[in-house]
Design a binder for this molecule. Structure first.
Ligand SMILES: Nc1ncnc2c1ncn2[C@@H]1O[C@H](COP(=O)(O)OP(=O)(O)O)[C@@H](O)[C@H]1O
Ligand SMILES: [Mg+2]
Length: 252
């Protein structure tokens, strides 16, 4: 009998920007909180801020902070926020700043230590350049977190999903699973696309489907969480009681 320790967090990536990473991450935080977990969101690099309550803050950072059951500040959830809504290394350069990889990993580890579960939202797709010699995938590697791939259901998503799964495997990270998110209510052949994803990712790569989320009028954490696959999520991450040690999961 093998035993494995349940991961204490996940890195949420997507097939592209605008596919639902933030919405799914907030729903995962909600799902963890429902089980009594102290869950924290982390958006290490965020480009694009707006004026909220007199302060410039990134909208993803704010959403993840609000969905966190851990008591965290905007600054802790989003340590590197830049005003311009463009590629993050360009947004950083516009402000004469750089993105500090070690500082991000330190901030992530601090949140991991303070919470039962950490949901890290990547930026854009999986390999977005953050400096001359590193990209967003290195955050997942540095924090040693399994990856959840959010697939925005639209034409082209099969190619993006499979390329991303390859990149995850090339970095020796586990693909904990994937969530299909309907971001285009007019998309043709969604069921056939889902069938192909089940074959390619579910059967060929043994990565479970963690949810199929329809297009929702109000994609709030509660509404999305209702479409997550409870059993698959429990098997991938468990939902320990707050403060309890990570129980080993028995695998026959
Ligand atoms: N299931 C859904 N139904 C309807 N709208 C959605 C859904 N998922 C995401 N959206 C919308 O799509 C946009 C992009 O979602 P977001 O989570 O911000 O993507 P990302 O974090 O990948 O950039 C947002 O306006 C969000 O409200
Ligand atoms: Mg986002």
């Amino acid at each position: 009998m093998n035993a494995r320790t349940l991961p204490k967090g996940c890195f949420v990536t997507g097939t592209d920007t605008g596919v639902g990473k933030t919405r799914i991450s907030a729903a995962l935080l909600h799902w963890m909180a429902l089980g009594g977990q102290i869950a924290a969101g982390f958006k290490p690099v965020a480009a694009g801020t707006s004026l909220i309550e007199g302060r410039r803050v990134n909208e993803d950072v704010r959403r993840l902070r609000e969905a966190s059951s851990a008591n965290v500040t905007d600054g802790e959830v989003g340590p590197f926020q830049f005003d311009a809504a463009c590629a993050p290394h360009i947004a950083a350069a516009l402000e004469g700043r750089s993105i500090d990889r070690e500082a991000i990993l330190e901030a992530g580890r601090a949140l991991l230590a303070r919470s039962d579960f950490l949901v890290v939202e990547g930026v854009g797709g999986f390999c977005v350049p953050l400096g001359p010699d590193w990209d967003s995938s290195h955050i997942a590697c540095g924090l040693a977190l399994p990856v959840i791939l959010v697939i925005g259901l639209r034409l082209g998503c099969l190619n993006h999903a499979l390329l991303t799964a390859e990149a995850i495997e090339a970095r020796h990270l586990p693909l904990a699973g994937w969530v299909v998110n309907s971001i285009d209510p007019g998309m043709a052949y969604p069921a056939q696309t889902l069938f192909t994803l089940q074959h390619e990712l579910g059967q060929r790569q043994q990565a479970p489907c963690l949810g199929v989320v329809p297009w929702l009028g109000n994609p709030c954490p509660q509404a999305i969480a209702a479409h997550l696959n409870d059993a698959a999520l429990r098997s991938a991450f468990g939902r320990r009681e707050s403060g309890a040690p990570a129980a080993p999961l028995d695998l026959e």
